[in-house]
Design a protein around this ligand. Structure first.
Ligand code: GAR
Length: 213
């Protein structure tokens, strides 16, 4: 059995989708960078140990990351799952956990790294949008891609409608990526390209069944 610590900053719906998928993952703790993150209360109600670190009480990024690493260590997780964790981590922290730290980002990377991805996809006139689960490397939102979920951009969409459609696919792809990790099927090959052992040609891309026409 593999274990994980999940890092959140807010609502925690991706954390919830991972826990509720009952993949066999041993979620040892949920850590939040905000003490008021609603996801913390949900995790605690499930009996999962929670830790809140208020990022505002740390003067420097390095100090926060050092405390974060300290908080994670006793749980000795195989995986660190970032699920709406809205902090840029230092290179030192990332290197320390490289290869076992995973993130979900609300766009089809490498398009739209950073913030306000749905607004930017709409402004760019993108016809498809989605979410990406990737390994975390020091360069922001650009590590090896594990799985992507694609949704149509439908004429008349506003930011909220598009975000909701993407979130639905997020809740499918993150548990799927976790299953592959648990089955030891994730392989990072040449050029940092992830291959999922035993997966069919397109089984690592989930396209929303909604039809835009
Ligand atoms: C999700 O849409 C996730 O992809 C995004 O924050 C949201 C968190 O929602 N993450 C990022 O933007 C990271 N750069 P959740 O707290 O309900 O899972």
């Amino acid at each position: 059995m593999k274990s994980a610590v999940i890092l959140i900053s807010g609502r925690g719906s991706n954390m919830r989708s991972i826990v509720e998928a009952r993949t066999g993952l041993d979620v040892r703790a949920v850590l939040s960078s905000r003490p008021d993150a609603p996801g913390l209360a949900w995790a605690a109600a499930q009996g999962i140990p929670t830790v809140a670190l208020d990022h505002r009480s740390f003067a420097a990024r390095e100090a926060f990351d050092a405390r974060l690493a300290e908080a994670i260590e006793p749980f000795a997780p195989d995986l660190l799952l970032l699920a709406g964790f809205m902090r840029i981590l230092t290179d030192g922290f990332i290197r320390r956990h490289e290869g076992r730290m995973v993130n979900i980002h609300p766009s089809l990377l490498p398009a739209f790294p950073g913030l306000h991805t749905h607004r930017r996809a709409l402004a760019a006139g993108a016809k498809v949008h989605g979410a990406t689960v990737h390994l975390v490397t020091p360069e922001l939102d650009s590590g090896p891609i594990v799985i992507q979920g694609v949704v149509p951009v439908i004429p008349g969409d506003d930011e909220a409608a598009l975000a909701a459609r993407v979130l639905e696919v997020e809740h499918r792809i993150y548990p799927q990526a976790v299953r592959w990790f648990l089955e030891d099927r994730i392989e990072v090959g040449e050029g940092d390209v992830v291959r999922v052992r035993g997966a069919g040609v397109s089984s690592d891309t989930l396209v929303s069944p909604r039809d835009p026409r």
